[in-house]
Design a binder for this molecule. Structure first.
Ligand SMILES: Cc1cc2nc3c(=O)[nH]c(=O)nc-3n(C[C@H](O)[C@H](O)[C@H](O)COP(=O)(O)OP(=O)(O)OC[C@H]3O[C@@H](n4cnc5c(N)ncnc54)[C@H](O)[C@@H]3O)c2cc1C
Length: 567
């Protein structure tokens, strides 16, 4: 399969749908004008097509391995990392004073998505560094920033994030890793972390671990957790590398997919670390990294959705079965349905992703609470819908291939195996949905209603040129509004949680209708209008069933006792 970075999709979405010009109209991002955007997307596209995509299959066939305690990366991944680092892609949105490019997160999101479609296993490495850079930028001392940020941004060093322990997964507050003050301003970190992505590699000089641990006076639960920076090699003041720290990779996990990305069990035995942010304020600091990563993981789903679509289309155009206009299976109605669903949903998920990144940029540029609330609201939707779209479309991609989809040599199966974890890590999609209906509705549903109002206003306006599509989106908004009111009225959060996932999916469906309608308006009579009609008539109606489910509440979900479930 030959991956082709979807440059024209990005140009269209940024210029016509998302309002990228609103970002460049701010002083903060004034330099990111149209020429810069085109140049960036083109260069990133070359990197994806020519360097990263050719590494994808090899990473699956020859996974990263641990040999006598030394990690060997998959073939060519070191060169891939070098190309990513030298292109400046790790520090695209990082501060310029530390060597970054200071570009909008919207552009970084676009580039990260393309990289994910090209080679997800390798893309995880710069994504981890980006999250760490952002966490250090906002929470670390000046001394730590001076020492670490330039090296992380240049790719000389790489970053990881260490939350998970065997007994502390979604419940991060249950962690037992400890941090003892050394008396010199540093700390001794001890404990075991599992599932650590790129916990080691053989291409960066140093690996910098952000580790959550509890100080001796830390309270139980999330409130008593602190964040520490724990490097593999202890740096000297001039940045040169000193002694090895007391930490190691114990083993690598055997996984369903993502074989090129080593998932490590890490052991810390009194390793020297530096506090990042306030003592006991680790979760706040870590959330900076996690929010960044949530958007990034949503983009991973969209990237794989794109790759699966391209591969399915290529195969369908070649494969001849039965009688059809062109002779290929692409002219059978059911195969065409699958291709249309893949294309329509990839567009919807990508637009939601970019809308979230756009809100983040506007928050950074203006400091306005409205943008902050909007970004916070859209993040769980972008993460969950992006990843579910990736999984669904990779699955559909296998189906389009028929039996060959089940045979590894086509690569369709790898996409499905690789993308499956994206709905699990960075907060499972269930946790994302609960966040949406609880924390993100602590404003009484104001942000949700403001977004619904905007979509409804657009649908109202579209009635003149696109009466059927406008009406369908308008009606969907009314249903979504009703269920949002129901959600907010439930004081018992369990009632909300029982319907959180279908509610999030319905919200995403309606947002997708909104962005497809924008495309239809911009491309009247063209292919984007036709695709929008397909989505709005055939895929948007799914929201109605989802909203019924969302409002059914807790009792029915819990109706069977545990004994009856087992019966
Ligand atoms: C390939 C891979 C890479 C990873 N990389 C990293 C990494 O770099 N760093 C890191 O720290 N971690 C990493 N993780 C860990 C990942 O973030 C966790 O697996 C994830 O947070 C879920 O935790 P868990 O596996 O313990 O599942 P559990 O928490 O045991 O969840 C099991 C199920 O129960 C549900 N559930 C749990 N609690 C609740 C609740 N309160 N309400 C409703 N439902 C609930 C979940 O949604 C899920 O469906 C990685 C995992 C994998 C598989």
């Amino acid at each position: 399969m030959t991956f082709r970075a979807p440059l024209s999709e990005y140009e269209f979405l940024l210029n016509t749908v998302i309002g990228f010009d609103q970002i460049t109209a701010t002083e903060r991002f004034a330099e990111a004008d149209g020429d810069v955007v085109s140049a960036i997307l083109n260069e990133a596209g070359k990197l994806c097509n020519e360097v990263m995509a050719p590494l994808n299959r090899g990473g699956d066939l020859t996974p990263s391995a641990l040999e006598n305690g030394v990690l060997r990366s998959a073939p060519g991944f070191g060169d891939g990392w070098k190309a990513i680092a030298e292109g400046g892609w790790i520090g695209m949105s990082a501060p310029q004073e530390h060597g970054g490019m200071g570009l909008p997160m919207t552009l970084t999101t676009a580039v990260n998505e393309m990289m994910s479609g090209a080679c997800l296993s390798l893309q995880l490495a710069p994504l981890m560094s980006q999250g760490q850079i952002e966490a250090l930028e906002h929470h670390a001392s000046d001394a730590l920033k001076e020492l670490y940020l330039p090296k992380l941004i240049s790719g000389e060093w790489a970053g990881t994030m260490n939350l998970t322990e065997p007994q502390a997964g979604s419940d991060v507050g249950a962690l037992s890793s400890k941090a003892e003050p050394n008396g010199d301003g540093t700390y001794a970190i001890s404990g075991q972390k599992i599932f650590i992505t790129w916990g080691d590699n053989d291409f960066a000089e140093n690996i910098c671990h952000l580790v959550l641990a509890r100080l001796p006076d830390g309270a139980a639960g999330t409130k008593g957790i602190s964040l520490f920076l724990v490097p593999k090699y202890l740096p000297n003041e001039d940045g040169s590398l000193g002694a090895a720290n007391d930490l190691k990779v114990v083993s690598l996990e055997h996984k369903l997919g993502l074989h090129g990305s080593p998932t490590c069990v890490m052991q810390y035995d009194g390793a020297k670390g530096w506090l990042v942010g306030e003592a006991h304020g680790g979760m706040a600091a870590m959330f900076t990294m996690m929010n960044n990563a949530r958007l990034g993981v949503g983009g991973q789903g969209v990237g794989i959705s794109e790759a699966a679509y391209q591969q399915a289309l290529d195969y369908a155009l070649e494969r001849k079965q039965g009688k059809s206009a062109s002779g290929s299976i692409a002219d059978h109605a059911d195969v065409r349905r699958m291709l249309m669903e893949m294309k329509a949903d990839t567009y919807a998920a990508r637009a939601i992703l970019l809308a979230c990144a756009h809100a983040i940029d506007m928050q950074v540029a203006t400091g306005e609470a409205e943008w902050k609330a909007r970004a916070a609201f859209l993040t769980p939707i972008a993460k969950a819908f992006g990843t579910e779209t990736g999984i669904r479309q990779a699955d559909t991609g296998v189906q389009v291939h028929g039996g060959m989809g089940f045979i590894e040599e086509t690569g369709a199966a790898q996409l499905l195996r690789d993308v499956r974890v994206t709905s699990i890590y960075e907060g499972t999609n269930g946790i994302q949905a609960m966040d949406l209906v609880a924390r993100k509705m602590m404003d009484g549903g104001d942000m949700a209603h403001r977004i619904i109002d905007e979509i409804e206003a657009q649908a109202e306006g579209a009635r003149a040129t696109h009466p059927n599509m406008g009406e369908a989106v308008w009606q969907a908004c009314e249903s979504l509004r009703e269920t949002t009111e129901w959600m907010v009225a439930q004081d018992d959060l369990q009632e909300r949680f029982a319907g959180a996932v279908p509610y999030l999916r319905a919200f995403a469906r309606v947002l997708g209708g909104h962005f497809h309608l924008s495309a239809a308006i911009a491309d009247k009579g063209g292919p984007r209008e036709k695709l929008a009609r397909f989505y709005i008539k055939r895929m948007l109606p799914e929201h109605a069933g989802l909203l019924v489910h969302a409002q059914e509440g807790y009792a029915g979900t819990m109706a069977l006792t545990l004994e009856e479930l087992a019966g």
